[in-house]
Design a binder for this molecule. Sequence first.
Ligand code: SAM
Ligand code: SF4
Length: 462
Amino acid sequence: MTVNDGEINEILKSASARTPEEIRGILQKARGLKGVTASESAALLCANDKTLINEIFETAKHVKTGIYGNRLVLFAPLYISNVCFNECVYCAFRASNKELERKELTQEEIKSEVARLLKQGHKRVLMVAGESYTGKGLQYVFESVKSIYSVTDGKNNIRRVNVNIAPLTVEEFKELAKYNIGTFQLFQETYHKETYRKLHLSGKKADYDFRLNAMHRAFEAGLKDVGIGALFGLYDYKYEVLAMLQHIKNLEENFSVGPHTISVPRVEPACGSPFSEKPPYAVSDEDFKKIIAVLRISVPYTGIILSTRESAAMRGAALELGVSQISGGSRIDPGGYEEERGADKEKKLAQFTLGDHRTLEEVITDIVSHGYIPSFCTGCYRLGRVGKDFMDLAKPGLIKIHCLPNAMFTFAEYLYDFAREPLKSKGFALINKMMDDLPPETRYNASANLQEIKNGRRDIYF
Ligand code: SAM
Ligand code: SF4
């Protein structure tokens, strides 16, 4: 695919001319959970009136609740290597950065990191790497996925490994698919070609088109779930959102399935990257919230991921706007889950500055206080409810029939195995409250499953 610049510019030209009544008409349509057109999304992005913006936020929350209910999926990033041959000006891992200490974890070190994540209560991991894999090439990535799945701690193990690594060829994607990965995640960074060229100075990643068409190759190779994203701060956010919508439309037209997730990273200060200290199109907190809300309204069926780049306050606000997955207790330096590493060491190895240093327990306590149920569910992937099958349930708002009970089961596991008071009591109170809202038959089955979990059974899902 190519991004149609002309279309984006045309849409943006007329977008700010919409009256408040027209904007409210768009929001009314959005409440039907069927999404809106690109021109309508642009009109929402261009809204400046505070009252209207609040109405956009309320609509986004309505859409999120309609599709997923009040569940919020939790995961942990696992950085296996910060060695990279590319030269992305915003990233601490870029090849020429002499301020960074380089580290590629061994398989044993990866297993130790996983063991630490299991002790926290994690079940889902996003494996992240720079682009190099010294010595063994892609085989290093494959072995790392295997290592992550291999670790057990009692009845606990990582049940889903998503990956955020460099784009691959169709043949390489076919190989990767054999390792039972979950979502293949890749951010275009900026969809604006000229800006992309200026910010990606050398290495394979300098090839804009190879990156833009990565998801097409991934689907062609048989992967079921892909996650897209843009790095906000590199170029005009309105352009990025509209280009992202073109990307999604193109995938839907060609493969009858869109992205499983959309990520919305903002550029954070990174060691050895003056660019990252002052990105040219830095997005304000208010605009950032608008981006999340408009994406939620425009692509109702897709998960929206917010990482630990954001502060606890922003992550709290984003829950209300339609974010459906967040990371918790994260470290973004290879080996970072090792205890007593210290802030100085972290800075020398990390990709950027963490915005949220809270532990998983603290993040979960906060989520529960917002009335959301933390979920470690991996049921859909295990039952083969992926790709189009997942979308066919998500689009009409039916996926929450699975998501909510499964969230309750995995949260109950967490509460029995890892939680302390007062979180334990508060968590079970939330589960009990949610039971009352389930349809009678689901409640009956869910209650039986919760009893089994209490008796020690694990990994139950609908
Ligand atoms: N190396 C692979 C790549 O570039 O696609 C995958 C891993 S890379 C570490 C993951 C993502 O980190 C990038 O896609 C980029 O969006 C994000 N990133 C890089 N520098 C960042 C910064 N300073 N602040 C926030 N996110 C950043
Ligand atoms: Fe390497 Fe990815 Fe960082 Fe670019 S963003 S320097 S490719 S790790």
